[in-house]
Write a protein that binds this ligand. Structure first.
Ligand code: SF4
Ligand code: SF4
Length: 121
């Protein structure tokens, strides 16, 4: 998807509307070694326990991703409309759609475009 990123217009940013659609899409939610350390600590697990219980090999077999709920396919850390690891959620989650997105993302994501100085909700 490199080169297909649609950045916010100058002086603007995308503001998440917390619709949780991006937590329900199929696909990998990558977790780095640093993120694994932080999430495991947040959950009170050892890194080994966290990896065993909550991650799988990603699609390209180059690293680990968070497990999906086996019934819904949603991220297993989605709890209603909340993220159970909000305080340590992966960079991939924090960055979307401002630092990365993909063709067609606006059809799914409800983020609005706001002036960059407007506070987050
Ligand atoms: S980033 Fe977009 S898809 Fe994800 S919760 Fe926010 S508005 Fe919804
Ligand atoms: S880790 Fe949290 S923010 Fe990221 S996809 Fe899962 S529920 Fe959504």
């Amino acid at each position: 998807m490199l080169g297909l990123f649609e950045p916010p217009p100058p002086g603007m940013r995308y503001q998440c509307q917390r619709c949780t659609a991006c937590c329900r899409w199929p696909g990998d939610v990558h977790v780095s070694a640093t993120e694994i350390t932080a999430i495991a600590a947040l959950l009170g697990l050892s890194e080994e326990e966290f990896i065993q219980r909550h991650t799988r090999l990603n699609a390209t077999r180059t690293g680990l991703s968070l497990l999906e709920d086996p019934e819904t396919g949603h991220c297993s850390f989605l709890d209603g409309n909340d993220c159970r690891i909000q305080k340590a959620k992966p960079t991939q989650c924090v960055g979307f759609p401002n630092t990365w997105n993909f063709p067609g993302w606006r059809k799914i994501c409800h983020a609005t475009t706001v002036p960059d100085h407007q506070p987050s909700t």
